[in-house]
Write a protein that binds this ligand. Structure first.
Ligand code: AMP
Ligand code: MN
Ligand code: MN
Ligand code: MN
Length: 279
């Protein structure tokens, strides 16, 4: 029965900015009671092969996914591609271009940190020595390791958060293009954590309108430990726009306690689950 299946459709591994490798992630999810898990690394599907092997061994229902960075009205947004075909040549080529954008942006952020009096070259070298496509999480870790921030949260607060002096945006592709990538790889597009974007509620409705027009399938209704009023707002949006709903922890690291695996709130009954017709 659908409502007894423990589902988590948004997680990260060390192939992007997660702390665990895919086998460790799946073992941990299994222990936490998750039955169906999507691996959705930032802008890469390179972890899916080992995830599939581990899922086969451990009896986990694994969904091939990815979390793609996109631009909507100059705002960075994240779109989950779920049930994508990891062999899709177009998707692979498009994600290779995302990696180049990430590498270029990391160089620009480190150059910026140099201007702020920090050792940008050493920080860049440290990020490049870490596994995974380069993200701000990696740069925050390097700032902590090299003694320039006490915690990753402080590194974001002082330097790397949006609008902070070390922040640089990347040349992400427009939302419509990313929706085409996901469709061409046979996937369903799900707008990740809709309440986390710093936009007005009117702009959020416009984002969802454009997402639907571009072929988006679902909204992430339950995300990490988001507040119940956020779940309600997203559920209203999904019903209003005829979108399905998804649940995902956005798990990165066992040390971060706000979004553990296997503990998500249920999808409100009025929203159609994104995986409902695949049972
Ligand atoms: P990027 O995609 O390179 O811009 O990096 C974004 C990632 O940084 C997110 O997916 C989070 O994992 C992490 N992140 C963003 N803001 C914070 C924050 N304030 N504290 C810790 N991690 C953060
Ligand atoms: Mn992340
Ligand atoms: Mn995200
Ligand atoms: Mn995520």
């Amino acid at each position: 029965m659908t409502d007894q299946v423990n589902i988590d459709l948004h997680t990260h591994s060390e192939w992007s900015d997660g702390a665990l490798n895919p086998a460790q992630l799946i073992a941990r999810a299994k222990l936490a009671g998750v039955d169906r898990l999507a691996l959705t690394d930032h802008d890469t599907i390179d972890g899916l092969e080992s995830a599939q092997a581990a899922a086969g061994q451990m009896g986990m229902d694994l969904i091939c996914g990815v979390e793609i960075s996109a631009l909507w009205r100059a705002q960075t947004i994240h779109v989950l591609g779920l049930w994508i075909d990891p062999a899709s040549p177009q998707l692979r080529a498009n994600l290779a271009a995302q990696t180049v954008r990430r590498q270029d942006r990391m160089q620009r952020m480190c150059a910026r940190l140099t201007k702020l009096g920090l050792p940008g070259t050493a920080l860049l070298r440290a990020v490049e020595s870490l596994p995974g496509v380069p993200t701000r999480t990696h740069l925050a870790a390097a700032l902590v390791t090299q003694g320039h921030a006490a915690t990753p949260a402080e590194a974001f607060r002082r330097y790397l958060g949006q609008g902070k002096p070390g922040y640089r945006s990347a040349e992400w592709p427009p939302l419509t293009e990313v929706l085409d990538w996901i469709r061409s790889a046979g996937g369903r597009a799900c707008l990740a954590h809709p309440m986390r974007y710093r936009v007005s509620s009117g702009a959020r409705r416009q984002l969802v309108t454009d997402f639907v027009q571009g072929g988006g399938a679902a909204l992430e209704i339950v995300s990490g430990n988001n507040a119940s009023q956020h779940i309600d707002i997203c559920a209203e949006l999904a019903v209003k726009f005829g979108l399905a709903g998804s649940v995902g922890s956005d798990f990165h690291d066992p040390k971060l306690t706000w979004n553990p695996l296997g503990r998500l709130a249920k999808l409100p009954a009025r929203v159609k689950p994104v995986c409902g017709d695949l049972e």
